[in-house]
Design a protein around this ligand. Structure first.
Ligand code: URA
Length: 427
């Protein structure tokens, strides 16, 4: 097929035919399209947009560029959950074992940190011995034994996305919604779960800060999944402040364990329960709020987490007594005046946590942590603690950067935790 003709048609705003979209993606995967051609395609999509049909074909072709596990054929009813990423977002760490404790199988291939957002894989790997390299058979074995499998995407999954994502990063096309949808779903749908619950964030710490773009992303994710035969629904949730109390790595694992034993931050627990309900409803599991709450309070959700962690290699010294060492230098950030916590610069806080929790060779420092002690809309007195940073060494500039992320004003309130819910469009 003529590359130039496809590019011209897309540049002029014509809708590409399925075979033309497939040709571009094949070219990304097998190298028959060079970087200049692919960059032109990406820019044309970013400017012209893509129809629902083009987005579906793009996603399908990217999905078909790699391995597909078709898990639901071997483990009926297996569900998956995806978040578009945020700061302190540890919902997957709670949702997975909670659903598994209620006999709902959950398989998730999780990601690494991306920009200011933390990665579930990086957090879990702070558990000594835990391994996230799964193949299909191991995943099925874990689902049968523990009802839970969590891994990282292998090189065989959606190879076209790796090339296209790297080019998007260089060409200013990362925020094109159809390209985001293709990128996310080509990896997510590769496991072949029976249903997908989507947590699309909105607010300063989200992929898109404004609600209109977040809503468009959620709509297109749900519609594309549905068109590809995978039941999906989305929750549009608040990321105008970190989710929960802690942001970092090991501290987020420990906060998740707290939630799994019936404690933890109420907003974090509420969002997790909402997403569990979405996943169960989509896959037809008769598990409701009462059953989920019982599993949090009777110890079974926590026990499931620890049993699963052992099955994926966690050392028994850790699972027998889960513990966390915080980085030793503690700095307190206080309110410069009395008033109301009006704004939290969540994206900046996320960047700060990501930058400081990696050493020169890009290894994660599990103990570097941020604790948020005040929430949006809280009334605070002058000198009251807003946050604590745990670092390896004194760093007054960093503490000042952290302080600037918390803005005290005269008024302010927290946006609703769940702004909207998006079900598949009626056909
Ligand atoms: N996550 C992805 O995997 N891809 C994107 O484009 C954005 C977020």
């Amino acid at each position: 097929m003529n590359h130039y003709a496809i590019l011209e048609r897309k540049r002029s705003g014509d809708e590409l035919r399925p075979e033309e979209v497939a040709e571009v993606v094949r070219g990304a995967a097998d190298g028959s399209w060079d970087d200049a051609e692919l960059a032109a395609f990406l820019m044309a999509v970013a400017i012209r947009g893509a129809s629902a049909a083009e987005t579906r074909e793009l996603t399908l072709a990217m999905l078909d560029s790699g391995e597909r596990w078709r898990l639901a054929e071997r483990v009926p009813g297996v569900v998956d959950k995806h978040s578009t990423g945020g700061v302190g977002d540890k919902v997957s760490l709670i949702l997975g074992p909670l659903l598994a404790a209620c006999d709902v199988p959950v398989a998730m291939l999780t990601g690494r940190a991306l920009g200011h957002t933390g990665g579930t894989a990086d957090k879990l790997e702070t558990i000594p011995g835990l391994r996230l390299d799964l193949d299909l058979d191991r995943c099925v074995g874990l689902l049968r034994d523990c009802r839970l499998a969590i891994g990282v995407a292998t090189a065989e999954i959606a190879p076209a996305d790796r090339r296209l994502y790297a080019l998007r990063d260089r060409t200013g096309t990362v925020t094109s919604i159809p390209l985001v949808v293709g990128s996310i779903l080509s990896k997510k749908l590769a496991t072949g779960a029976a249903a997908l619950a989507l947590d699309v964030k909105t607010g300063d710490g989200a992929l898109f800060a404004d609600i209109e773009r977040s809503r468009q992303l959620a709509r297109m994710l749900v519609d594309t999944c549905t068109a590809l035969g995978v039941p999906a629904a989305a929750v549009l949730s608040d990321m105008s402040q970190p989710l929960g109390e802690w942001a970092g790595h090991a501290c987020e694992v420990m906060e998740s364990l707290q939630c799994l034993e019936g404690g933890g931050d109420p907003r974090l627990v509420a969002l997790t329960l909402a997403l569990c309900e979405v996943a169960c409803a989509l896959a037809g599991h008769g598990v409701g709020r009462e059953r989920l709450e019982r599993a949090l309070h009777d110890g079974s959700a926590r026990e499931t987490f620890l049993r699963w962690a052992r099955a994926q290699g966690a050392e028994s010294a850790w699972t027998d007594e889960p513990r966390l060492e915080l980085a030793p230098v503690e700095s307190v950030v206080v309110a410069p005046r009395g008033g109301v916590l009006a704004t939290v610069r969540t994206r900046d806080l996320g960047m700060l946590v990501q930058e400081t929790s990696r050493d020169r060779s890009d290894r994660v420092d599990a103990g570097v942590s941020l604790r948020c002690c005040a929430r949006l809309g809280d009334r605070v007195a002058r000198g009251q603690e807003l946050a604590r940073l745990y670092l390896r060494a004194e760093d007054p500039l960093l503490v000042e950067r952290c302080r600037a992320c918390f803005v005290v004003g005269d008024t302010g309130e927290a946006p609703p935790l769940v702004a909207e819910r998006l079900a598949p469009a009626a056909r």
